[in-house]
Structure formats: C-alpha cells, structure tokens
Design a protein. Structure first.
Length: 496
C-alpha cells in the first residue's frame, strides 16, 4: 500500500475504500468465528454481543439479582418516595451524613437538572435576567457536559453543531439553556490536532497533568468572575481522558484542581460520571466535587436510570427541582410535581438502581472481578494479533470505576510518524468512524472508539446471568476489534 505524505490523504484514501474495509471485516468475522457465535446467540434468543454494555442505545442484559428484585417489587404497591429514601440512605451510609442523592430518568436528565438548578441564572424578577457562564475543559465527550451553554469564545460556536444536540434551537430552546454560556477551556498538555475522515480536532489527553492546569483554570475563572456560575468536567480516571495523573490515593489531580478553583469562587463543581460506578468509581469525598451525575445503566448493571450524588447543601437544589423535597401541604418527603418532574425515573428505574447500588456498596467484587479477567484477555490478544511496532505505542489501562479497559493508541503517532488512524467525534456522528462502523459490519455492537481512545467494557453478552465474564465471547469480540484495526492499518499504508 502506498505511503501518504499528508494525513489528510490517508483519511481520504480510507474513505474511498470504506466499503472494501467493511467487506474484508465481514470476511474476517467468519474466519475468527464471530459469525458462528452470532448465529448461536440468535438461536438462544440472546441477540448479538459486543465490546461494551456502556452505551444507553443498547443496554446490557440485567443480572439475575437485578431482575429478581425488580420483578418482586413490580408486584407490590408502594409509594415511590420510599424508594428514593432508601437510595438516599445508602448514599449516606457510604459517603457520610453530609451527602445526598437524587434519582433521575437518565444521566443526561441529571446533568440538565444540575445545570438548571445550579448554573443557570434565575428567570423570575423585575427586569431582564443576567447571563452566567460555566467552565468546561475542552475534553472528550464535550457535547454532553459542555452542551448546555452557548460556547465562548465564539470560535467554538460549532464545536457541537453536528452532534445531534442543537437542532431544537430552531424551535424553542433546544439543549442549550437560557442565558447560559460555556467557557471552552483548552487543557495544557493536550493535543488538539485534526484527524479523521470528517477532519476535525481530535482531543488527545494522555499528556495532561493536573497541577500544570491549575493556572489555566484560575485565569479563566478570574477573567469571567462576574459571570461565573460553575465548573464541570468528565469524571473518568484514565490517561486517555486526561486523568491519568493521580495522587497517592489514586484520585485524579485535575479533578481536585477543578474543585479548588470552583470553591475559590463559591460556585459548584459538577462532574459528569456517566460511565462510572457509584461507591466504586469517582470518590466525591476525595475530589471535593459538589455533585456527580451517573448513568446507572451504563456501567452499574442497573435498568435505565440516572443518579445525582452530592453534598447536601447543593443537592437541595436538585431535589427541589425533581420534587423530592416535600409535598405542598407540608410533608418532609414527596415524589414528583416540580420543574423537572418530566425526568421521573419511574418505579422500574428506581428498583433497578436500588438493586445495582446494593451490590456496588456491599459486594463490589461482583463488578470488579470481571474487569481483571477482561484486562488479561485484551492484553493477551493484542500481543498475539497486533504488529509489534504499533503495539509499542498502545497503552492498556484498567479502570474499576467504569468496569472498563482503556486502549489508547495516541503513542503510535509519536516522532512525526503516522500511526493507527484516529477518528474524530465528528466521524462518529457522521457515520465515518471505521472503528465503530466496522464492528457493526462484523455483526457486533461497537464501543466508543474515537480520538485515539477505545473503551472496552463488560456487559453485552460477555457476562453470564450472575455477572461473571464469558471469556470465549470477550476473546471473540477483541479478536474482531484487532482484525478491524489491522485491515484499516493496511489501507492506511502506515506499515512497511
């Protein structure tokens, strides 16, 4: 395969051959045995399998214990406020009396509740409402935590334009909230060079150090102090997400820095920890964040439900917004009937959350043990199936906090060499992310694989009904991923 002088030429060549790549991947799936496994799963009524249970569009099958509790509670008649109280006291038992909880329908609903009740200016009162601004690091998944304000400075105004989150602006409000701006803040040590078929900045964060970015955020906060209403970030703990720099207790230093800056200005630090586990993942006591938002159906093995956990002082706002603070006739707890009642998680969501959180609190090894086994499978298969020179630039990071293994290949682009093709988030939304669409061509469910980072987690028929890893299925999924990378690398012409 011809070498390319410019990376744009490489990506154009990949696009021109995208059908050939997918056709070869489909053939590889037959050779590896993926097609036979898919036929078996279909015959058993189990659908397909894949690289993650952490995508809301295709939730993982529920464990037996979650199903049994949800089924039992479905037959009982109870006030839903009682379920909310049980969740509250699990959180207090684990994190301490000064913490509280607020369930929502989804993680995105939880972020909306937090930003509406904590970041957005008041809309009532005489005269026009003032504007407010919150700080968001320019990091992966920015369209989630950074998607609720108008981007500032204006050069970032199209940063999320093609990601399915702003179409509603042509109607009423859309996702962006009234009179709220987001201060897009580049991270020192990050690489934002363009990559992908949809040529766009790829957020590469393995070089980010926490303390080196303190001055960056202090300066941004000082510059916008009269409008500053909050700070947000992702809650993950791996190098590819910019949080590999940790203190002696394993807490990402950058998250502690963001909390420090927020508290200097008496504004909340809200963490988007969608793909994380309560009790096992991001520890709010160690980062000193004010609120953390989870998607319990992504990593926690719950039915679909969002969860906000935070300090009591700030959680008053979220709980009032959801209507959990008390009935209008004077009771101390209630359920629904407030500004965000449309984000009601419902009985099934609450029950699934309770069952999953009980396990995370009392028997976390049920969730963490499969991660150890998955890590061994991934490292073993990559050593056997990946070119040794490329393998030198790949790092594997185990994270119990997300029940995942991060496969980061930014290092294959070091020293001016073209490495394994990096697809942008615009490729994901544009349907041209070969590392995701190619897995689909094999018949499996893909995982998040953009910006030089691939997150693999358990869940999609890679765990049995009790939560143990099904090694055969996981190996097949990883073999398929490696085959896809190798086919793509061949067309990219980066190897001799």
């Amino acid at each position: 395969m011809a070498k390319f002088q410019y990376k744009t030429q490489m990506y154009q060549h990949l696009y021109a051959n995208i059908k050939n790549i997918y056709a070869e991947c489909a053939e590889e799936a037959k050779k590896i045995g993926i097609a036979d496994k898919l036929a078996q799963l279909k015959a058993e009524g189990r659908g397909t399998f894949g690289l993650t249970g952490g995508v809301s569009g295709c939730p993982a099958p529920l464990r037996d214990d979650v199903l049994e509790y949800t089924h039992k509670e479905a037959k009982s008649v109870k006030g839903l406020a009682g379920y909310v109280e049980e969740i509250r006291y699990m959180v207090k038992d684990y994190y301490g009396a000064d913490y509280d909880a607020c369930p929502t329908a989804t993680c995105e609903a939880g972020i909306n509740v937090c930003y509406t009740s904590m970041f957005m200016p008041p809309v009532l009162g005489a005269g026009d409402s003032y504007r407010a601004r919150y700080i968001a690091p320019y990091e992966k998944h920015f369209h989630h935590q950074g998607g609720y304000g108008r981007p500032f400075p204006p050069k970032y105004k199209d940063i999320i334009a093609n990601r399915g989150c702003t179409a509603g602006e042509l109607g009423m409000q859309g996702k962006r909230q009234p009179n709220l701006d987001v201060l897009v803040t580049k991270l020192k040590g990050a690489d934002y060079s363009n990559h992908g078929i949809q040529y766009f900045p790829a957020v590469q964060l393995t070089g980010v150090k926490g303390e080196e970015n303190r001055a960056v955020f202090e300066e941004m906060a000082a510059r916008h102090a009269n409008m500053l209403s909050g700070i947000t970030s992702i809650g993950y703990d791996t190098p590819g997400y910019g949080y590999g720099d940790k203190d002696a207790e394993g807490t990402p230093i950058l998250q502690k820095v963001l909390a420090d800056v927020a508290h200097q200005y008496d504004v909340p630090y809200v963490v988007d920890a969608a793909w994380c586990l309560p009790f096992v993942g991001h520890d709010i006591r160690k980062t000193d964040a004010d609120a953390i938002v989870y998607s319990l159906d992504k990593a926690s093995a719950s039915s679909i439900c969002g969860m906000i956990i935070g300090k009591e002082e700030i959680m008053v706002n979220a709980r009032r917004a959801m209507g959990f603070a008390g009935n209008r006739y004077g009771s101390l707890s209630s359920y629904g009937k407030a500004v965000s009642v449309g984000f009601d998680p419902g009985k099934e969501g609450l029950c699934g959350a309770i069952a999953a959180m009980r396990v995370l609190k009392d028997k976390p090894e049920i969730m963490t043990k499969p991660v150890d086994a998955m890590y061994d499978v991934i490292v073993d298969e990559f050593k056997k199936g990946m070119d040794p020179e490329l393998l030198k630039g790949i790092t594997f990071t185990k994270t119990y906090g997300s029940c995942a293994v991060e496969i980061n290949y930014e290092g294959t682009w070091k020293d001016g060499k073209m490495g394994i093709p990096i697809f942008s988030i615009e490729d994901m939304y544009g349907g041209t992310n070969i590392f995701q669409e190619g897995i689909g061509a094999m018949g499996m469910i893909p995982t998040i694989a953009y910006d030089g980072n691939i997150y693999v987690s358990t869940g999609l028929n890679t765990l049995d009904d009790q939560g143990a890893l099904i090694e055969e299925n996981m190996r097949l999924a990883i073999k398929g991923l490696i085959a896809l990378i190798n086919v793509t690398v061949k067309y990219a012409g980066i190897l001799d």
